[in-house]
Design a protein around this ligand. Structure first.
Ligand SMILES: C[S@@+](CC[C@H](N)C(=O)[O-])C[C@H]1O[C@@H](n2cnc3c(N)ncnc32)[C@H](O)[C@@H]1O
Length: 244
């Protein structure tokens, strides 16, 4: 086996936020696999085969990547942001568990700037104290688990970064998530809606949870709910380092 498999994070969108390590892996790749919009961020060149696929095909894509690497390819699987955050790295290891014949392949996971960190940097420092990240998609977990985690995060006074808040196929969940947080006493907390961070149509909006409406989020939005101490200073939002 002379092939390699690299799982790389392309960052939130801007080329300036792609790490040099990821750029180097893309420059020497023979095959690039990933969800269509992410693969389209890689410019075509001679000797490079692009394998775009649909977003529900992660496990199949991961198995294909292992197979191509076993055949000798320099294979790169791309995710947006960081590949280990609600993305392809877990799918590749899941596929590897099902195909132990590939376990000796050289595999590397290259980190990228995840949406939560890019969004936080634009807003100020809302993740400056303890925080957690919750994926609001119930495609791969029951909604009851999401609700329980939201309640416990609120009780623990964590800042909460919410990925995948709202999609056309899941229009209701985000409204329910806001309702759960209100019921948990978080109505006065600040909520940051960070849309398309680092892309041309980037937009950031901060309101109180009581003022937040489900339509303020879509699938290109990362939502950060502050903790009880999170506050504004000028146009910035930050979580103080001390909690009384
Ligand atoms: C399937 S998750 C993938 C997360 C990705 N692996 C990461 O580390 O950022 C997709 C979600 O990430 C968030 N996201 C990704 N890129 C974003 C961006 N540029 N601006 C705001 N949110 C973004 C949105 O919540 C979106 O629904």
């Amino acid at each position: 086996m002379t092939g390699t498999l690299t799982i790389a994070g392309l960052g939130p969108g801007s080329e300036a936020l792609v790490t040099p390590e990821v750029s180097a892996a893309l420059a020497t790749a023979t095959d690039i696999l990933g969800y269509k919009p992410y693969v389209s961020r890689v410019p075509p060149r001679p000797g490079l085969k692009l394998h775009p696929s649909d977003n529900r095909e992660e496990l199949q894509r991961a198995s294909e990547a292992l197979r191509l690497a076993a055949e000798g390819g320099q294979v790169v699987v791309v995710s947006s942001g960081d590949p280990g955050v609600f993305a392809m790295a877990s799918a590749v290891f899941e596929a590897l568990e099902q195909a132990p014949q590939y376990q000796e392949l050289p595999i590397r996971v290259l980190p990228g700037i995840t949406a939560m960190l890019a969004a936080a940097a634009r807003a100020g420092a809302p993740l400056g104290h303890d925080f957690c990240a919750i994926n609001l998609s119930d495609n791969l977990k029951p909604w009851a688990v999401i609700e329980k985690r939201l309640r416990l995060a609120a009780e623990g006074d964590f800042a909460i970064a919410m990925y995948n808040p709202r999609s056309a196929s899941r229009p209701e969940g985000f409204g329910r998530a806001l309702a759960v947080l209100k019921e948990s006493g978080c109505g006065e907390r600040l909520v940051i809606f960070a849309h398309a961070i680092s892309a041309a149509d980037e937009k950031i909006e901060t309101v109180s949870l009581n003022e937040a409406r489900p339509e303020m989020a879509d699938m290109r939005t990362l939502v950060i709910v502050g903790n009880s101490q999170t506050r504004r200073v000028g146009r910035w939002v930050y979580a103080p380092r001390r909690v009384e």
